[in-house]
Ligand binder design. Structure first.
Ligand SMILES: *Cc1c(COP(=O)(O)O)cnc(C)c1O
Length: 427
């Protein structure tokens, strides 16, 4: 590989580099990115694309942001990484302090890790260890809803939609308990009957359940489904009634995406354990956190094996923590709530023009999330090239053509994204 022409790079990539959710022998084409600024990705051949995905929902401030760049550069001059066992550092402490301050009341004890899936593993380990330390080791199963997504590692897979991505692993992952997916839409009138299935499972199985895990209000990778905050509220009430912990997976919803800083706020609840990730570093580096209440932390720590047995090598990486602190401060310093509300209004208006198309099942928007749901699954292979030709970057999945743009996107850029979504829906 001495001559790095685009073709040579791509041919090496095709031969040797595994991409997400992809075949290694017949992969779909990939497009080499050279740089990015604001909401625009620049490919190696000079093509510019308006990014409608925030790089899997994380780059909320766009790319190459001077404030975030500076935070990493400054930290790099001090230290790039140091182990977290027996040592600590200011970026981690500052980030923990911010997270305790802005997350729902009662969440106080912060455990850092390197990705969302691992944050979910940690939350589940905490829940199981909590009951172990309470003298109830039989409470070790999980209850969740269908159509969810919580990550790709093993315990996280066990609480993903059983008919989703990970079906082939069904034999080796633990069998969890699933209620039907929430059905009442975000703004629809709540029907108390909807909670009966969940309550029945709790009634029958609470003695063996450690925790309920939910993505509050937005089921993301399971289909971009927005559902009633009342559902979250009722499940949270039931979790207390039946003595199981409540884990909120806010990895997709955290940091303003749904129009609230955290989606739990819409339901007015504080979970026992919460996972955050994705947008935490503004899309710069891999970092996530699991935050627990004092009660959860105290119980785990009081058990006879009082330590919490987890500790990734790159736990609380200082560069990642420093850029997360900068990203959260930047978010809080801008009128993010107004901007996300404006994006929601524009998405609702713009996407409504496609709702009557024969191919389209429905359109919806919540916060900075816009969705066209098709009647049939979208064939990524046939639309990917078209997406590039339209000058945008989108990544439809299943029946869903969606956008989750950076909050800094301008109105005319959002219109270009929506126009592209409409053209893709036309097929
Ligand atoms: C993306 C996501 C995860 C997994 O995070 P990774 O960083 O990809 O491991 C878990 N839960 C939810 C809700 C997510 O959206």
């Amino acid at each position: 590989m001495n001559n790095n022409s685009i073709e040579q790079l791509l041919s090496f990539d095709k031969e040797h580099v595994w991409h997400p959710y992809a075949s290694m022998t017949s992969p779909l084409p990939v497009y080499p990115v050279a740089s990015a600024r604001g909401v625009r990705l620049r490919l190696m051949d000079g093509t510019e694309l308006i990014d409608g995905t925030s790089s899997w929902w994380s780059a909320i401030h766009g790319y190459n942001h001077p404030v975030l760049n500076r935070a990493i550069q400054n930290q790099l001059n001090n230290i790039a990484h140091v182990m977290f066992g027996g040592l600590t550092h200011k970026p981690a402490i500052e980030l923990a302090s911010l997270l305790v301050e802005i997350t729902p009341h009662g969440l106080e004890k912060v455990f850092f890790c390197d990705s969302g899936s691992v944050a979910v593993e940690i939350a589940i380990k905490m829940a199981i260890q909590y009951w172990y330390a309470s003298g109830k080791p039989e409470k070790n199963r999980l209850l969740t809803v269908k159509s969810g997504y919580h990550g790709d590692t093993f315990m996280a897979m066990s609480v993903c939609d059983p008919e989703g991505l990970h079906q082939m692993f069904g034999r080796v992952i633990p069998k969890q308990l699933f209620a039907n997916a929430p059905a009442t839409g975000y703004n629809e009138e709540w029907n108390e009957d909807e909670i009966k299935g969940m309550e029945q499972i709790l009634h029958d199985h609470h003695h063996e359940i450690a925790a309920i895990i939910l993505e509050p209000v937005l089921q993301g990778a399971g289909g971009m489904r927005f559902y009633s905050p009342q559902y979250v509220k009722r499940v949270h009430e039931l979790s207390s009634k039946y003595n199981v912990l409540f884990i909120a997976d806010e990895i997709a919803t955290g940091f303003g995406r749904t129009g609230s800083l955290f989606a739990c706020e819409k339901a007015g609840i504080s979970p026992d354990i919460m996972c955050v990730g994705k947008a935490i570093t503004g899309g710069y580096m891999s970092l996530a956190a699991t935050i627990a209440t004092k009660e959860v932390a105290k119980t785990i720590s009081s058990g006879k094996d009082g330590a919490f047995m987890h500790g990734p090598t790159f736990m609380a990486n200082p560069l990642a923590c420093a850029v997360a602190v900068a990203s959260i401060k930047l978010l809080l310093s801008m009128p993010w709530k107004r901007r996300v509300a404006e994006i929601e209004a524009r998405l609702k208006e713009g996407l409504s023009h496609y709702s009557d198309m024969p191919e389209v099942a429905g359109v919806r928007a919540l916060g900075a999330i816009g969705v066209i749901e098709m009647k049939e699954a979208v064939d990524l292979k046939s639309v990917q090239e078209k997406i590039i030709k339209l000058g945008v970057w989108l990544r439809p999945f299943g029946k869903v053509i969606y956008t989750m743009p950076p909050y800094i996107i301008q109105d005319h850029e959002l219109d270009i994204i929506m126009d592209a979504m409409g053209r893709l829906a036309k097929g």
